[in-house]
Design a protein around this ligand. Structure first.
Ligand SMILES: NC(=O)c1ccc[n+]([C@@H]2O[C@H](COP(=O)([O-])OP(=O)(O)OC[C@H]3O[C@@H](n4cnc5c(N)ncnc54)[C@H](OP(=O)(O)O)[C@@H]3O)[C@@H](O)[C@H]2O)c1
Length: 428
């Protein structure tokens, strides 16, 4: 039987869009044989049609008018890989309104106006698939939404930003400073010229918002996510972490407990024997804990044109197959949950202090911890000439109490500098 032709309207032909065109060319026959669907990239919208491209497109395929591609009655499925909020949002809404399924890789859009788009897809009864928006080539959204649909997910904890993981790996393995490691990441093309969104955790926060929405079925936007980046992590923090049996990673953590949800991004120390500790360089991984299933980990390339396009292509085949059968993926409505603020969360903490090296200092500092009910688990002291560096690891304490401790320590005349505060994951 002849395969059923599916005409794809591709919006954007950069890293991901260009790779998608290549993958469709490379695997089109195999996909047709396996699924009975012949994907045809029929029209491609870009900003600048005169730009030289890595992929060859038949004459007449390229246009600068994305709205025209969406409205074209000959287009069956729309793929949005432009990025940003507008015009991507309007284009996706227009596609859904005319009953065309959409595949997108756009984390920024979903993390900010996802609920509006999901509602539009639900109303129209068509697919809005977005596997590539979080952790690039790693299947994460579909496992969370489908395979684990019957699971009570308690926590999703991930390394979801390759740039920061590369930087932290270099700091740890080559002993470089943050700025040296960032320069290396930029030279290798892992970090953008303006790396702010990656190093300050905004990219990971957008992904955390999407993960939390999907894992817990609640409406969470990027602005709901507490975030700290890695620019303040020092070589000394990394060296002490190593001495104590930990590695420092930028983690995106989404937790559900007692009807409340907590979502945050911050650097953290994780024990060397935790599976996430082995995730090096620019790789990503997501560790899922469910009530019945226990612990799961998904690992792979979280970015890059081809890995991301691979996830887009999987969604595209799914959307095309669903359309053919007159069905769409189950989405489920997004409910509301109280967001538990960072101040109410508990963790063990690592704290780095520079203090005057004289008798009685330790007692003064210990009494500040004691005043706030923060109990010290271990301490390391190192001489720094006239001064000393004190590294504390606390027992599990409430963030608010730890912040109050820091506040008082800053006002103690024997404390010269309050350095890093890192959360410490793992068992007590
Ligand atoms: N790259 C990755 O590793 C990765 C990983 C996961 C998710 N994503 C997501 O995938 C999406 C695309 O990323 P990318 O890296 O492929 O971006 P990119 O290389 O910058 O490509 C963007 C494409 O969109 C086109 N474009 C921009 N404005 C347009 C408009 N108004 N109308 C039509 N086309 C327009 C550009 O046209 P010109 O070519 O003419 O400039 C370009 O082809 C983003 O949402 C991103 O967050 C990317």
């Amino acid at each position: 039987m002849e395969p059923h032709v599916v005409r794809v309207g591709l919006l954007g032909c950069g890293n991901v869009g260009g790779s998608l065109v290549q993958l469709v060319e490379e695997h089109g026959d195999a996909i047709a044989e396996r699924t009975g669907l012949r994907l045809e990239v029929a029209r491609v919208a870009v900003r600048n049609t005169a730009k030289e491209r890595a992929v060859e497109l038949a004459p007449g395929v390229l246009t600068h008018d994305a709205a025209d591609v969406v409205a074209d009655p000959g287009i069956d499925v729309v793929v949005e890989v432009i990025g940003g909020i507008e015009p991507a949002r309007e284009l996706i809404l227009a596609s859904l309104q005319v009953g065309k399924p959409v595949v997108t890789a756009n984390k920024e859009l979903l993390a900010n106006v996802g609920a509006e788009l999901f509602e539009a897809a639900e109303r129209a009864g068509v697919d809005l698939l977005f596997e590539a928006a979080v952790a690039g080539g790693i299947p994460l959204i579909r496992p969370l939404r489908e395979s684990l649909a019957g699971e009570r997910i308690q926590r999703v904890m991930g390394i979801v930003n390759g740039t920061t993981n590369f930087i932290l790996t270099r700091m740890s393995e080559a002993g470089t400073t943050f700025h040296e490691a960032l320069a290396e990441a930029q030279a290798l093309g892992y970090a953008e010229r303006d790396p702010t969104a990656d190093v300050e955790g905004a990219d990971a926060a957008a992904k955390a918002a999407i993960i939390a929405s999907v894992a817990f079925g609640v409406k969470i936007v990027a602005g709901d996510v507490y975030r700290e980046g890695i620019s303040g992590v020092t070589p000394a923090d990394i060296a002490f972490a190593e001495r104590l049996g930990y590695v420092v990673k930028l983690l995106a953590i989404a937790e559900a407990d007692d009807g409340e949800v907590a979502v945050r991004v911050h650097p953290a120390m994780i024990p060397n024997d935790h599976p996430l500790a082995a995730v090096r360089e620019s790789f990503n991984a997501v560790f899922i804990e469910g009530a019945a299933v226990g612990e799961l980990m998904l690992y792979g390339r979280g970015a890059g044109g081809r890995p991301t396009a691979s996830a887009v292509l999987g969604d595209l085949i799914d959307a095309a197959a669903n359309r053919r059968r007159g069905t769409s993926a189950l989405v489920g409505a997004l409910g509301k949950a109280r967001l538990r603020p960072i101040e109410e969360l508990s963790s063990q903490y690592y704290l780095d202090l520079e203090v005057v090296d004289r008798p009685g200092v330790l007692a003064a500092i210990a009494s500040v911890f004691g005043d706030h009910g923060v109990s010290i688990k271990s301490m390391v002291q190192e001489g720094l000439g006239e001064e000393a560096r004190l590294i504390f690891i606390t027992h599990t304490a409430v963030e608010q109490a730890v912040q109050a401790t820091l506040h008082d320590l800053r006002h103690l005349d024997v404390v010269d500098r309050v350095g890093s505060l890192l959360r410490v994951m793992g068992p007590e």
